[in-house]
Design a binder for this molecule. Structure first.
Ligand code: DAH
Length: 344
């Protein structure tokens, strides 16, 4: 048995010398040292020996096992180190290589314009109305009735307004003015809010018109608000947004929810007022409607027109952006051409 043990050790040592990799070492461990390995099968036969032999041969078997384990371990470490060194050598990191640049998104020019206008109105004392007061899906009541639109007003026509199938009186809003009614129902004067948002109109799309666009509604209601406040605030806004040198003009107009009503035009930037395709030859582009809040609108929300007065306005965001950056086609904002968007 002793001879057998010595032979096993010798064979194992020869195998170890021939080993090329960690895998080979694992196989040697399995072959000689595992539970089903050669050393264990000898140990199983110890039970047939006399007590004295059992002790001697048993001790010798343990000695051999320990020796082999030590040798296997040191060989294993040798290969482990070698394989690691090789890995490190070929997986070297070149810290001088240029980094990978991650493309960053940009804020859309319309959002940029809304943010800029919102900032200006902040400095003039206006805050943004809560979203819930300015829904894109609106009822005819807030969109028309509460704003003093007569029942037979042409804007109520299906040709101008998108009606939904949700209910007969539910529409996609065509103006942000409904926010005025919702805000006045919930807040007491003094009220000084703006409400930016998207609006929808049943239009044929061309370079000046899209079937959805953005507006910013404004409302100021307090004691003694007069037409000169309207002029003062809106002129200051125009000066801050366009700079002092851009010609603007007030024109009288009509809206069912304001009396008197005005529209403001800004000189066309494409032709410097000479007249071109963008401004239909007039030299001017309309950017907003405004006026003193109609007495009927105030009464409708329970605000006493004997005590309070106010002005309101609604401006077109795309128009304002086109006039600032000389963009001659509204569709550029909506077809997501990176060459256009990257310029902002
Ligand atoms: N809602 C109007 C439109 O879409 C614009 C407007 C005009 C808003 C006068 C107002 C206003 O608040 O007072 O054409």
């Amino acid at each position: 048995m002793k001879n057998q043990l010595e032979l096993i050790l010798k064979n194992a040592e020869t195998d170890l010398e021939k080993a090329q990799s960690i895998n080979d070492i694992e196989e040697i461990k399995l072959k000689y040292l595992s539970r089903k390995g050669e050393l264990n099968s000898i140990k199983k036969n110890l039970k047939d020996l006399s007590d004295e032999d059992k002790r001697v041969v048993g001790a010798f078997a343990n000695e051999i096992a320990q020796k082999l384990e030590t040798e296997v371990k040191s060989k294993y470490e040798e290969f482990y180190k070698k394989e690691l060194d090789e890995k490190l050598k070929c997986e070297k990191i070149d810290v001088t290589l240029p980094g990978k640049s991650i493309p960053m998104g940009k804020i859309h020019p319309i959002t940029q314009t809304i943010n800029e206008i919102t900032e200006i109105f902040h400095t003039l004392g206006f805050t943004v109305a809560p979203d819930k007061n300015s829904p894109e899906v609106e009822t005819e009541y807030y969109h028309f009735d509460g704003l003093n639109f007569p029942k037979d007003h042409p804007a109520r026509d299906m040709q101008d307004t998108f009606y939904t199938t949700l209910a007969p009186n539910v529409i996609l809003r065509g103006q942000t003015s409904g926010a005025q009614v919702r805000v006045m129902e919930e807040m007491k004067p003094p009220i000084r809010i703006i409400a930016p948002g998207r609006v929808y109109r049943n239009e044929n799309v061309n370079s000046r018109k899209n079937n959805f666009f953005h507006q910013i509604e404004g409302l100021y209601v307090d004691k003694n608000v007069s037409f000169s406040d309207l002029k003062g605030i809106l002129n200051e806004f125009l000066r801050l947004y366009f700079g002092a040198s851009r010609p603007t003009r007030f024109r009288s107009s009509f809206f069912p929810f304001t009396e008197p009503s005005v529209e403001i035009d800004v000189q066309c930037i494409m032709c410097q007022g000479k007249g071109c395709r963008t401004c239909s030859g007039t030299g001017w582009l309309e950017i907003l409607g405004a006026g003193m809040v109609d007495v009927n609108v105030l009464k409708g929300v329970g605000i006493d027109p004997e005590v309070y007065s106010g002005f309101a306005f609604g401006m077109g965001v795309e128009r304002l952006a086109m006039l600032k950056y000389a963009i001659d086609d509204i569709r550029l904002f909506f077809n997501n051409d990176e060459r256009f968007l990257k310029q902002f």
